[in-house]
Design a protein around this ligand. Sequence first.
Ligand code: SF4
Length: 353
Amino acid sequence: MSVERLVHFNIRDYQSRLLSWFDKSGRHDLPWQGEFNPYHVWLSEVMLQQTQVKTVIPYFNAFINRFPTIQSLAEASEDVLMAHWAGLGYYARARNLQKSAKLICSQHNGKLPDSYDRLIVLPGIGRSTANAILSIAFNQATAILDGNVKRVFVRVFAIDQHPSEKEVEKKLWQIADYLMPKARTQAYTQAQMDLGATLCTRTKPDCTLCPHQSICLAHKKAMPERYPVKKAKKAKPAKTKLYYLYRYQNKIYLQKNNATGIWGGLYVLPDSDCQMGEYHEMLIENQKHSFTHYDLYYDIKMHYLTENEFKHEMPSSALVEGDKTGKWVALDQLDDYALPAPFKKQLCQLQSS
Ligand code: SF4
């Protein structure tokens, strides 16, 4: 069905209802709003790709404070950069930001480009992010389609297939482009994000307050939570690891991960993969961290080194592995190191013990 036939309501009314709702109930005091500095908009969009607003705000403020310009981001050392991203997850985002910052400095005089063709070639910027930047920072009529917007659309149109299916995604982009207004692009984009994040939420959509209530087919069917339809879930594989926390006086031993892969570029505890079996059972009882593609069950084994061990016999599992580099770090300097979120809390507790 063509998009013109699919859209069963008046577009102008739809836009104006959404914008009025946004004017009254949207979020207007986020730290990247105000002047809508393109660098700030870009950074916020990348941070928000996998993370909620309330988590992003303190990271955004600290990041802008430390890297106030695209040039300062381009010139940052990897350790300082990762230390400011540690805890946000999906670390490739930070590395891509810096790669893009370097390109922006070398090719665009340190200024974020204002055209789709030049944004889309930058690492870490996809179609929706490029369009969000253009509509928010440069007032262009470019539609976004992030997870929140997809959820709202599949509900408004009661689409019975999962939005990740290629055909469905294509249709959703057509809808997004078709509904995009020419004016107030900044407010419209922000309104869509706010509606999906605060009202049309995954588990408890509040239809009574929603500007789309009169046109929403999922609401008419009285089952908005049914949309998006569930995808058959594949069980995630489980991995187990035992981490070693070597401590000598006020120092602990950390290894820096390679730049690519899980927790790339971050400082971690030395580990040993554990095989299934008795030990696996023991670790399952312990701590879990979920990655996109697997669940990690882990335990941390503390080992206080004697002076002799510290000076002469580094335990074998703490030796430098491959091109990983290890170092002793004083507990009161842990804040300067990019640690994965599950370790950060536990290691920082040692500072006060
Ligand atoms: S009416 Fe309900 S389900 Fe439909 S868009 Fe609004 S909040 Fe979502």
